[in-house]
Design a protein around this ligand. Structure first.
Ligand code: GAL
Ligand code: ZN
Length: 700
C-alpha cells in the first residue's frame, strides 16, 4: 500500500478525519503524472467462468489499466434476500490484481433482483400514465421509497464491508446513469409525499405556494399541501402550470442528489477517502443535475456515445459525433469540483440509436484524445465484449462476438493507451499554461433551472436552449479560448471573460454580481432571454427584463419569433446573418453602441446587439439567436479583440486545447486542418497536418 494511502487508511480506521479534502483525492488517486487512465467495463456474471482469466489477461494485453465491474449484478451478489455471494466477484477482482489492473466496483442498485420487487411491488416506480413498472429491464425502482432504500443500504453496506478497505479496489461508481430513462419523474405515493414535504419546507404556508405558482388564475388555489400532486401533463386538460413544473423539476433533481448522498455516506464508513466515489451521469440528461453532487462525490464522471446516427452536425457528424457537445460536457463536468472522467465512451456501433452507423475510422481515438484535452482523469469504455444475448445485442465491444478478436475500436483504445504512456514519459511536471492561451480564459454560466424553465415554455418551437448554449460555446472554442462551464456558486472574477447565455431566472443579487464583475474589469457577454423572470419564473412588474437593463445599457422594446419556414435577417457592418427562433429589438441609451441591426421585417433598422463600457470592463448584449451561430462567433470574437486579447480563428469543430504541458488538436471537421504547431515544438502524436478524425499532440 502506498504510504499516503496507508496513512489515510489508518486515520480512518481510528475514526479520525473521515472526510478528507478533495485535494487528497487528487494526490492519492489521480496524481498529475498519471495524466489519464484508460479502462473498460466487464460483466463477469454474463460470461462462463473459464473465460474470465483469458478476458482479463486480454484487457491487460491491450494496455488498459482498470476494469469496471458489478453495476447491475445485484441478483448475483444477493441471489436471495440476505444471502450474499461474492465468490465470483472476488475471483475477478483477484484476476485483475494479478494482472496489475485496478478495479472500479459499482453498487448494483439500478437493477433490483426479482425477489425484491416481487415481495415489495411498492418499490417499483409509477410513470406518467399511472402504470407501475415491472421487472425485466433496469431503473424500475423508485429511490424515494423507504423500503427500497433499506434494501439498497444493505447491499451497499455489504459491498463496503467487503471491499471498502481493499487496496485492489481503486474507486466506486454508485448506481448507473441515475434516471428512469425518460420515464421520470416517478409518480408513486412516496414521491407525492416527498414533493409535498419539499414544498412545505420551501414555502411554509399554502398561501405562499399559491402566490409563487400564480394559482389565482384558473382557480388553481390550494387549501392545504395535501391537495398538491406532482404536475403530470398527460393528466392536465390545458397548459401545465410553469411554476409548479419548475418546482417539480427542482425537487426531482434534489432527490437524485439525496439518493447519491445516501449511498455515499454508507460507503464512506468503510472507504473514507482512500477509495474515490463517483456516479456516471448521462451527459446532458435534463432531469438530474450533477452540479448538486459536487461536494458529495470525489470525482464527477459522465457517459457519452458521440456517434449514434441522429446528429445534425454536417455530413460526417453521424460518424464523428459533435465536437462541441463532447467538449462542452468535459468543460462542464470538470468544473463542478475540479476532477472529471468519462465513465462510458462507445467503442464502436451502439444498438439504441434510430440508426447505428459505424463511427468514422479514427473517431474512437479522436474522442479519447479529446477527453484527454478536456482534462479527464480517466476514460472507461463501454464494453469489453460484444454481448451475444440480452437487450444490448449489436452493441460493439473492444473485442467482437468471438470474445477475442480486437475490433477497430479496440485497436484505437490500445493505441491511445500506448500514446498515454508516451505522454507520461514526456511530462514536464511544472509546465504552465502558455500566456496567450491563459488570457482567453472564459467562463460560461450554466444553470439547469434556466434550461428547464426555457424548455418548459419556449415561446417558439424553433427555440433550442442547448443549441443556443452551444452557439456561444462554439464561438469561444473557435477563438481558441479555454472554457470552464460554471454554475453560480463559482467566482466570476477568476475569468477575464464571462458569457451568460439565455439566463432567464435571476435575482437582484446575481445581476449585482455581474455588474461588479464588469466594473472590476471583466468582459461580460449576455445573450437574449436573460433576466426576463425571477427565480419563481414570474415576469417582472416593470419593463421587459427590468433588472438587467441598467447593466446592458439598453431597453428591450419587444421580442419577435418567426414561424417555419421563414427566417429574418440581421446585419453587422460587414455581413448578414439569418435568424428565426428569437430576436429582441433593443433601444440603446447614450454611451451604448449598436453592433448589429435587423435587416428586414417591419422593424428593419432596429438594434439587435449592443456593447458598452462599464467601470474597467465591458458589457455586450446579443439580443438575437442566429440560425447557425455565425453572428455570435463574430460578435464574441470582437469582444476579445476590443479587449486587446489575440484570438485564433479555428473552423467550427477543430478544437485545440492545452493540458498539463501538452497541446492537443482534434479534428471533427470534414477537411484537413493545420495545427498551430510552432517551429521547434516536439510533436508526440500526429503531425501539423491533421486529417478528419485526426489528432496532434505537441509540447512547446
Ligand atoms: C449507457 C448505459 C450502459 C449501456 C450503454 C449502451 O447509457 O449506462 O449501461 O446501456 O448505454 O450504449
Ligand atoms: Zn416514486
Amino acid at each position: 500500500m502506498h504510504r499516503l494511502t496507508r496513512h489515510l487508511f489508518l486515520a480512518f480506521a481510528l475514526g479520525a478525519a473521515a472526510h478528507a479534502a478533495p485535494a487528497d483525492t487528487t494526490a492519492t488517486f489521480f496524481p498529475p503524472a498519471d495524466l489519464m487512465r484508460v479502462g473498460v467495463y466487464y460483466y463477469p456474471e454474463a460470461w462462463p467462468a473459464e473465460q474470465w482469466p483469458r478476458d482479463i489477461a486480454n484487457i491487460r494485453k491491450m494496455g488498459l489499466e482498470f476494469v469496471h465491474m458489478g453495476e447491475f449484478a445485484w441478483a448475483f451478489m444477493e441471489p436471495q434476500e440476505g444471502r450474499f455471494d461474492f465468490e465470483w466477484l472476488e475471483r475477478n477482482v483477484q484476476l485483475c490484481a494479478d494482472q496489475g489492473l485496478k478495479v472500479v466496483l459499482c453498487t448494483p442498485t439500478p437493477a433490483p433482483p426479482v425477489w425484491l420487487t416481487q415481495a415489495h411491488p411498492e418499490v417499483l416506480m409509477i410513470d406518467a400514465d399511472g402504470r407501475r413498472m415491472v421487472h425485466g429491464t433496469r431503473q424500475q425502482a423508485c429511490w424515494n421509497v423507504d423500503t427500497y432504500r433499506r434494501y439498497v443500504a444493505k447491499i451497499v453496506d455489504e459491498l463496503g464491508r467487503r471491499y471498502g478497505r481493499d487496496p485492489r479496489v481503486w474507486g466506486w461508481q454508485l448506481d448507473n446513469e441515475l434516471s428512469h430513462y425518460g420515464k421520470e419523474p416517478c409518480h408513486c405515493e412516496a414521491c407525492q409525499t416527498g414533493f409535498r414535504n419539499w414544498l412545505q419546507k420551501k414555502y411554509g404556508t399554502i398561501g405562499e405556494l399559491n402566490r409563487a405558482w400564480g394559482n389565482a388564475f384558473w382557480s388553481q388555489m390550494y387549501q392545504n399541501f395535501d391537495q398538491v400532486r406532482i404536475p403530470n401533463p398527460p393528466e392536465d386538460v390545458a397548459q401545465f402550470n410553469p411554476h409548479a413544473m419548475l418546482d417539480a423539476q427542482r425537487w426531482f433533481a434534489a432527490t437524485a442528489a439525496d439518493y447519491l448522498r445516501f449511498q455515499t455516506e454508507i460507503l464512506r464508513r468503510y472507504c473514507g477517502h482512500h477509495q474515490w466515489i463517483t456516479t456516471n451521469f448521462m451527459h446532458d440528461f435534463g432531469a438530474v443535475d450533477p452540479a448538486l453532487s459536487g461536494r458529495d462525490l470525489d470525482i464527477i464522471t459522465w457517459t457519452i456515445y458521440p456517434a449514434h446516427g441522429n446528429l445534425n452536425e454536417g455530413p460526417l457528424g453521424f460518424r464523428l459525433g459533435s465536437a462541441a457537445t463532447l467538449s462542452f460536457a468535459g468543460d462542464f463536468h470538470r468544473t463542478i469540483n475540479g476532477l472529471h472522467g468519462i465513465m462510458e465512451l462507445q467503442p464502436g456501433q451502439v444498438n439504441w440509436g434510430d440508426v447505428n452507423p459505424q463511427p468514422n475510422p479514427g473517431a474512437v481515438h479522436l474522442w479519447l484524445l479529446r477527453a484527454f484535452a478536456s482534462g479527464a482523469k480517466f476514460v472507461c469504455t463501454y464494453r469489453f465484449r460484444e454481448p451475444l444475448s440480452g437487450a444490448e445485442l449489436y452493441h460493439y465491444g473492444l473485442v467482437g462476438s468471438d470474445g477475442v478478436t480486437i475490433t477497430t475500436g479496440g485497436e484505437q483504445y490500445a493505441q491511445a493507451a500506448r500514446e498515454l504512456v508516451l505522454l507520461r514519459q514526456n511530462l514536464q511536471p511544472d509546465a504552465k499554461a502558455p500566456a496567450a492561451y491563459a488570457v482567453r480564459r472564459t467562463a460560461l454560466l450554466y444553470g439547469r433551472e434556466d434550461r428547464w424553465d426555457l424548455d418548459n415554455h419556449k415561446q417558439n418551437i424553433r427555440w433550442d436552449t442547448y443549441g443556443h448554449l452551444l452557439k456561444q460555446y462554439r464561438a469561444l472554442k473557435r477563438a481558441g479560448a479555454p472554457v470552464d462551464v460554471i454554475t453560480e456558486d463559482k467566482d466570476f472574477n477568476a475569468y477575464p471573460f464571462l458569457v451568460v447565455p439565455a439566463y432567464q431566472l435571476v435575482d437582484d443579487q446575481l445581476v449585482q454580481r455581474w455588474k461588479t464583475y464588469a466594473e472590476q474589469g471583466g468582459h461580460l457577454i449576455i445573450t437574449c432571454r436573460t433576466g426576463q423572470k425571477d427565480r419563481r419564473g414570474h415576469l417582472w412588474e416593470g419593463p421587459w427584463a427590468a433588472p438587467i437593463l441598467d447593466l446592458i445599457g439598453a431597453k428591450i422594446s419587444f421580442y419577435d419569433t418567426l414561424p417555419a419556414p421563414y427566417t429574418g435577417r440581421v446585419r453587422t457592418p460587414n455581413q448578414t446573418y439569418d435568424w428565426a427562433s428569437w430576436g429582441e429589438v433593443l433601444e440603446p441609451r447614450e454611451g451604448t453602441t449598436a453592433l448589429a441591426r435587423y435587416d428586414d421585417q417591419y422593424y428593419a433598422g432596429g438594434v439587435a446587439a449592443v456593447t458598452r463600457p462599464l467601470g474597467r470592463g465591458t458589457v455586450t448584449y446579443l439580443g438575437v439567436d442566429s440560425l447557425d451561430g455565425g453572428l455570435e462567433a463574430r460578435l464574441i470574437r470582437d469582444v476579445y479583440v476590443r479587449a486587446g486579447v489575440a484570438v485564433q480563428q479555428f473552423d467550427d469543430g477543430f478544437l485545440v486545447d492545452w493540458r498539463d504541458g501538452f497541446w492537443v488538436a482534434t479534428n471533427f471537421t470534414e477537411k484537413n486542418q493545420t495545427a498551430p504547431i510552432p517551429e521547434g515544438a516536439k510533436v508526440l502524436v500526429g503531425a501539423r497536418d491533421v486529417p478528419t478524425a485526426g489528432v496532434a499532440v505537441w509540447q512547446e
